[in-house]
Design a protein around this ligand. Structure first.
Ligand code: FES
Ligand code: FES
Length: 213
């Protein structure tokens, strides 16, 4: 039998070529949730129980889609822009990266919860006074982060910009570089950074005169 003899060749059954690729198994759709969960959160001072929540639901989607609190924004949904920043038990958290079910009975504060009756939080007022926004999309996350920044500095938490992490600067000695670094997780596509810095500086000065951040 020479090289060109194909008399013993048995063709493969079924279609060949691109049409034979089994796309269903190569790119499966995500599995359906098999069960729901009951999740209770305290949001801006009010208890909310979601009795049949898909356990894969993020905290951001619970706030926006289930509770109607649309102040926290969904920018990237990947932990890269900071627009979804909220406070959980007093710490800043990216709500898009956090599952709601992980926060049973936690204390959540959103931008809507900052206002005291009809009085704006000092950071909100400073952002307005210093014109620290243009489109405003990033602003709720910027404000929530800015408040946490001052609280962290008051507790002596160092940052990547701290020259000596064993001796972090006190609240009144935070440099511009420190503030920018501590706000670096919050992106502003309008470039309002100089005015955001000015607003934070104003509130910082108030706190260093004795107010609690
Ligand atoms: S939406 Fe959460 S970090 Fe961008
Ligand atoms: S004010 Fe527009 S993204 Fe920051």
């Amino acid at each position: 039998m020479d090289d060109t003899d194909r008399s013993d060749y048995t063709p493969v059954e079924g279609p060949i070529g691109a049409g034979s690729i089994q796309t269903g198994s190569a790119n499966p759709s995500p599995p359906a949730a098999t069960e729901s969960a009951s999740v209770t959160l305290r949001v801006n001072g009010t208890m909310h129980t979601l009795a049949t929540l898909d356990p894969r639901t993020t905290l951001l989607d619970v706030l926006r889609e289930h509770l109607g609190l649309t102040g926290s924004k969904k920018g990237c949904d990947h932990g890269q822009c900071g627009a979804c920043t909220v406070h959980v038990n007093g710490q800043r958290v990216l709500a898009c990266l956090s599952l709601a079910i992980a926060h049973q009975r936690d204390e959540i504060t959103t931008i809507e919860g900052l206002i005291d009756e009809d009085r704006l939080h000092p950071m909100q007022a400073a952002f307005i006074e210093h014109d620290a926004f243009q489109c405003g999309y990033c602003t709720p996350g910027q404000i929530m982060s800015a408040i946490s920044l001052l609280q962290e500095a008051a507790r002596g938490v160092p940052s990547h910009a701290t020259p000596d992490v064993t001796a972090p600067p006190s609240l009144d000695r935070l440099s511009d570089e420190e503030i920018r670094e501590r706000m670096s997780g919050n992106i502003c596509r309008c470039g309002a950074y100089p005015n955001i810095l000015a607003a934070i500086r104003q509130v910082q000065r108030t706190h260093t005169r004795g107010a609690t951040p």
